[in-house]
Design a protein around this ligand. Structure first.
Ligand SMILES: [Fe+2]
Ligand SMILES: [Fe+2]
Length: 264
């Protein structure tokens, strides 16, 4: 199985930095890149911050852009999203209609089981996992303890060293989350967004990773006394998670067209 991951599209209708970031243009370029992939991924997972403000018009702009993707895709919300607007505009994505305030779901259609967790808190940038969501995760993992599983969540369950982003990280439920996943050696990876750059960290029995943004990246600043958060235009990227014989192999790749290939 081959899964592409993209994240943090931040589609916006109007607002600060719209012209600078050009999120729609970058998403189109990303989709063209994914559509050229051979072999074709079985699935694209999009790990949150689909829009900038969670406005209906932003989802209405996003939807036809994603319709250009020649690969099925799954969505999870990020802190910039509105679950209600997401469900409204993407109403045919039945997995979003969870019957709960949280967009948490499991997909058993592929060799890799997909378990999506909702780390968002209404009107807040930081994330959290309450007892209800963690109980759902515990029950869900217990249903298939031997099936290779991917967990999707927007806020990563680890500190990144980027101080101003860690202040907006998964601030509640992180230790309890680690306890819930501790018995499960079948979790191949925890795939996250929010950080707008690639990171890896061991979390319990598995590895958690973050994905670049499709448009703008968070500046790599590991100063413990960093005073401000900033973004830049390092090349946007995506990740390709390839299921090989020994488990999942993650390839980081850059969005765009580049010279080559040249034969050795
Ligand atoms: Fe984001
Ligand atoms: Fe985010």
């Amino acid at each position: 199985m081959l899964i592409a991951q993209i994240s943090d599209l931040h589609i916006q209708e109007s607002g600060k930095d719209k012209e600078l970031i050009q999120a729609e243009h970058h998403l189109s370029t990303c989709i063209q890149t994914l559509n050229r992939l051979a072999p074709r991924p079985d699935l694209v997972v999009i790990t949150g911050d689909l829009t900038e403000h969670g406005r209906k018009q932003e989802y209405l702009t996003l939807k036809p852009l994603l319709a250009e993707l020649n690969i099925p895709y799954l969505l999870i919300p990020g802190n910039h999203d509105s679950p209600a607007m997401l469900r409204d505009v993407f109403h045919e994505h039945a997995y979003l209609q969870t019957g709960s305030p949280f967009i948490q779901y499991v997909i058993d259609d592929w060799p890799l089981r997909i378990v999506a967790l909702d780390t968002t808190i209404p009107m807040r940038s930081d994330g959290g996992l309450c007892a209800e969501r963690l109980q759902w995760l515990s029950n869900t993992l217990a249903q298939a303890p031997d099936t290779p599983t991917l967990v999707l969540m927007h806020h990563p369950p680890f500190e990144t060293g980027i101080k101003k982003m860690d202040e907006l990280g998964l601030l509640t439920g992180r230790a309890a989350f680690a306890e819930v996943i501790a018995p499960y050696g079948n979790i191949e990876r925890i795939l996250c967004g929010h950080l707008h750059r690639t990171m890896l960290c061991r979390v319990g029995p598995t590895v958690a990773s973050t994905c670049p943004g499709t448009a703008h990246q968070i500046t790599l600043d590991l100063n413990a006394d960093a005073q401000a958060l900033s973004f830049n235009f390092e090349p946007p990227g995506y990740q390709l998670h390839w299921q090989g014989a020994q488990g999942l192999v993650t390839h980081h790749a850059t969005i765009g067209e580049f010279p080559g290939p040249y034969s050795f």
